[in-house]
Design a protein around this ligand. Structure first.
Ligand code: HEM
Ligand code: HEM
Length: 373
């Protein structure tokens, strides 16, 4: 299922770019990327990492299938926002998404309680991320049934989801994924996660209410951006730039983090109406989500495809996926600011970057491991 969802996310990203280029309802393109592509994959990645963080067994039964439920939730939301399905379907998607997220959150909390020893601090980031998604869905639901609140509810929904749900799960995972991808430990990662969470939560809460109180925008930008900058400095001290930018997977993860800092700067500006807010959605997609997901999948797909001890087949698949990783990262690094500035050429660079991941992925997954393995 993890491999299936990884491939679906890449397809959803391509669909999002196609919808955006065709000028279909912007909310539809955004949800193709975020709700159809990223949301189920985040659930699947959490299903992979939560047992690692709690030193316990994997998900079973209904919980195992929740990422697929979230995929349906995303598809229904996309259909309704694009006008292909009736409006009431949005309420169905919302309710289904809420129930599934609450069930998943209860599972994560239960895993934390039954952990062998103290759970890794990354777990609290996942709990917070799922809490943000629940809040974001409740808030947009309230806006849908009470139209006067809709404009503010929409702003709270989109900031809680992008900075909160995606941002928290991304940064929480990156602290664990970066040392794994580099194959060297980062003894300060756990302490950093514990120290940063309250600042990150304060930043997300501030950004969510900044829709109504725009002067809070710069405060939120400094809080969220500060956490990401502190993470970058921590990585630099632990690993050095040469190592971080030398590998296709880690270069992507590095670019994603830099992209998030740029977006926080843009958030401070669009909060004060010094630049339009809407391009931030495309900027977030190309400058943060794409390098994040392609970098994370370059590291994780080989493990998911060839679980257990390291084999030559796993190493080969990682090599195929990371070979053009640095070029992809560069394309996304340029595409994000271009799209933020409203330049459509950014979409072309993002599309080339996605193709440079999709083609090796296809090749890597269809190539049979050699007999000598
Ligand atoms: C059940 C799932 C979801 C539902 C029902 C939903 C619903 C909505 C609705 C009704 C809007 C307002 C659209 C408009 O006014 O044009 C919206 C906007 C938005 N949502 Fe969601 N959403 C869901 C999941 C997500 C997720 C998971 C994310 C991101 C991680 C997300 C990010 C956004 C963004 C960025 C916007 C603003 C889009 C724009 O204006 O271009 N949503 N959502
Ligand atoms: C820390 C970072 C951020 C801060 C402080 C921030 C702050 C704000 C504020 C205060 C507003 C309301 C502006 C107004 O009503 O005139 C706003 C609007 C908006 N923001 Fe952000 N934002 C941040 C990041 C993001 C990100 C990452 C995205 C993209 C996913 C985004 C997308 C938007 C959109 C689409 C609007 C509404 C624009 C419109 O429909 O006119 N923001 N933001």
């Amino acid at each position: 299922m993890l491999i299936y969802l990884g491939c679906c996310a890449v397809l959803a990203f391509a669909l999002a770019i196609a919808l955006a280029l065709q000028g279909v309802a912007p909310a539809a393109a955004a949800h193709a990327a975020f709700a159809v592509g990223a949301m189920p994959l985040v659930f699947a990645a959490m299903g992979h990492f939560v047992p690692v963080l709690t030193r316990s067994g994997g998900a079973v039964g209904v919980v195992r299938r929740l990422p697929l439920v979230m995929q349906w939730v995303g598809l229904l939301a996309l259909g309704a926002l694009g006008g292909w399905l009736p409006g009431w379907v949005l309420h169905g998607a919302l309710s289904m998404g809420l129930v599934a997220t609450v069930v998943f959150l209860v599972w994560v909390l239960g895993k934390g309680r039954r952990a062998l020893g103290r759970p890794h601090p990354g777990l609290a980031w996942y709990v917070a991320a799922l809490g943000c998604l629940i809040l974001a869905l409740l808030v947009i639901g309230a806006g849908l049934v009470w139209p006067p609140a809709y404009p503010l509810a929409r702003l709270a929904h989109l900031h809680l989801n992008t900075l909160g749900f995606i941002g928290l799960s991304a940064i929480g995972t990156l602290h664990v994924l970066m040392p794994t991808a580099l194959g060297r430990p980062d003894s300060l990662a756990a302490a950093r996660l514990t120290r940063q969470l309250p600042w990150m939560l304060a930043g997300i809460a501030t950004a969510a209410v900044a829709g109504g109180l725009p002067w809070l925008g710069p405060v939120a930008a400094v809080l969220v951006g500060g956490v990401v900058v502190a993470t970058l400095v921590g990585w630099w001290r632990a690993h050095g730039w040469a190592r971080l930018s030398g590998d296709g997977a880690t270069a992507s993860l590095l670019v994603a983090s830099v992209g998030l800092v740029v977006l926080c700067g843009a958030g401070a500006l669009h909060g004060f109406a010094l630049m339009p807010g809407r391009p931030a959605v495309a900027g977030f997609f190309a400058g943060f989500l794409l390098p994040l997901v392609t970098g994370a999948l370059s590291q994780l797909l080989p493990v998911w495809r060839h679980p257990g001890p390291i084999t030559p087949a796993r190493t080969r698949l990682r090599e195929i996926l990371t070979r053009q990783g640095r070029l992809r990262a560069l394309l996304f690094l340029l595409a994000g600011p271009l799209l933020l500035a409203g330049q459509a050429s950014g979409a072309a660079l993002a599309a080339i970057g996605v193709a440079l991941f999709a083609l090796p992925l296809l090749r890597g997954l269809v190539t049979r491991p050699s007999r000598s393995v």
